[in-house]
Design a protein. Structure first.
Length: 133
């Protein structure tokens, strides 16, 4: 079956605890009526836009250029969201959902990657709850 993931709303934050190195997110567009979704990933003054195709998991990698970036927040944002109660008959779920996130991998320096406890460390704005597809 499919591994666990977390829906994010319009904005999600993840505190960087390693640097220099990189963070890799596995993400998926989640809007039921859009073929593509846009997400912006930021760390400090740096940001980059991505277009996610519907129906497949994609990888986003963010380089941590200096050790001074440790302790800062990575921000994932998307203005394209949907509300299950408006799209799924009988649903009472009024959350604003955008993309799905799984497998956050942090690689510090030239060392090997380590899997973070992303279900606990990904802070969402508003309610937090995992959901099936």
């Amino acid at each position: 079956g499919e591994s666990a993931y977390r829906w994010i709303g319009k904005r999600a934050l993840l505190t960087v605890t390693a640097g220099p190195g990189r963070i890799t997110f596995t993400v998926r567009a989640g809007h039921p009526r859009l073929d593509r979704m846009h997400v912006v990933v930021s760390l400090g003054a740096r940001s980059r836009s991505y277009v996610l195709a519907q129906g497949s998991w994609e990888t986003i990698t963010l380089d941590l250029e200096t050790a001074g970036e440790s302790g800062r927040e990575v921000v994932l944002e998307s203005d394209e969201f949907w509300i299950p109660a408006r799209e799924i008959e009988g649903s009472t779920d009024c959350r604003e959902l955008s993309i799905m996130v799984r497998d956050v991998n942090v690689t510090a320096g030239t060392g090997r990657g380590r899997q973070t406890s992303w279900l606990e460390r990904l802070r969402l704005q508003g309610r937090t709850r995992s959901s099936p597809a």
